[in-house]
Design a protein around this ligand. Structure first.
Ligand SMILES: Cc1ncc(COP(=O)(O)O)c(C=O)c1O
Length: 361
């Protein structure tokens, strides 16, 4: 039996053919028409008015914060349990990432914890649609941000194809940010996108991603920017991946259901109560009591798994060990990602669940 990776990319002859065709067309490789087409397809899929793709889902967050005018001294509220890019994007601009605890059942930011973190320096809130989910009080968070003049950025890196009340996640904030790194619903190797309905923010983002230029090719700089640009070579792959999103979303939901069923009532294992009408999970998550032992056991059986992110506040990069975020800390210490690629077969899921049951019995 093959080693079952925790994550791997999924592509086939369609991507290979598209890249070949593009390379045979005297391609310029850098961003141009194919990138614009890829942007249009993301805007159309999410229902957003504007889309800008960039080199990854970290710089899309940085560019989003820059477009919202976040500066040193400002505070931005972020969940304590998320991928590090969410909070690093804030701190890299000299602003302060203020952590808030998450909810036990969604792993997303807790509304009350967010409110408690707000003060006169708060300028923005980054809601993370963790693994295609949204906070229980999503609408209250949106309303609060609007009422108090705070920017709401939705980090939807893990949520392409997931929805809330039928509307694409990523389109609820002032700006939504996606990632196309290898483990995401679609991948271009590296890559990211912002979506927005706000023309002013969009125009700023176009400048930020291109050195602050007035327009492409101009050497007149209206603001400070950098090179966050994408490439047509990646866009060609992205266009093929976009065609697969509906099937991939359906498969991710089906995989989630199969794992839930296979791990039902297993002692020492908790699954997450996903609402699969909305959520297409990027990752298969469990909480377990004997995590290190289970990782080793699975590895001996050819199954790769990966521990959850740490609670960010206590990482050396932040060093805020004096703070307490009980839910984030519990999730971080018990969470494990199981093989989640769409390449994993039903038979392999059954095998993985049986291995876990054998360990837990
Ligand atoms: C929630 C979240 N935000 C941001 C990012 C950063 O995206 P990228 O890896 O494309 O820079 C990721 C990627 O792992 C993520 O999961």
């Amino acid at each position: 039996m093959r080693t079952i990776n925790y994550m791997e990319p999924s592509y086939d002859e369609h991507e290979i053919h598209a890249v070949n065709e593009y390379m045979n067309s005297k391609a310029w490789l850098t961003e141009f028409k194919k990138t614009r087409e890829f942007e249009e397809s993301i805007a159309s899929f999410t229902g957003a008015e504007y889309c800008s793709v960039m080199s990854n889902g970290t710089v899309t967050l940085i560019a989003s914060l820059m477009a919202c005018g976040i500066r040193p001294g400002d505070e931005v509220i972020v969940p304590d349990f998320t991928m590090s890019a969410t909070s690093h994007a804030v701190e890299i601009l000299g602003a302060r990432a203020v952590f808030a605890d998450v909810e036990k059942d969604t792993f997303c930011m807790d509304y009350n914890a967010m409110i408690e973190a707000v003060n006169e320096k708060t300028r923005a809130v980054i809601v993370v649609d963790l693994n295609g989910r949204y906070p229980k009080r999503f609408e209250d968070i949106i309303t609060f941000c609007r009422r108090h003049g705070l920017w709401m950025i939705e980090d939807a890196a893990q949520a392409l194809g997931s929805t809330y009340k039928g509307k694409a996640l990523g389109t609820f904030g002032d700006i939504g940010s996606f990632s196309f790194s290898m483990p995401k619903i679609i991948t271009t190797g590296q890559g990211g996108a912002i979506v927005t309905n706000n023309k002013e923010l969009y125009d700023k983002i176009l400048r930020i991603r291109d050195f602050g230029r007035e327009e492409a090719g101009s050497d007149h700089y209206l603001m400070i920017g950098a090179n966050f640009k994408f490439t047509d070579l990646q866009a060609v792959i992205g266009m093929e991946q976009m065609k697969k999103v509906p099937a991939r979303v359906a498969r991710k939901k089906q995989m989630g259901r199969l794992y839930d069923e296979g791990l039902k009532n297993v002692k020492g294992i908790e699954t997450v109560n996903n609402h699969y009408d909305d959520t297409a999970p990027c990752f298969i998550e469990i909480l377990c009591d004997q995590r290190d032992g289970l990782i080793e056991w699975l590895s001996e059986h050819g199954i790769k798994s990966r521990k959850f992110y740490p609670a960010l506040h206590s990482e050396p990069a932040y060093g805020r060990d004096n703070l307490k975020f009980p839910i984030a800390q519990e999730i971080s210490s018990r969470g494990l990602w199981l093989p989640s690629s769409v390449n994993v077969t039903d038979g392999e899921i059954e095998y993985i669940c049986n291995c876990i049951k054998a360990f837990c019995k």
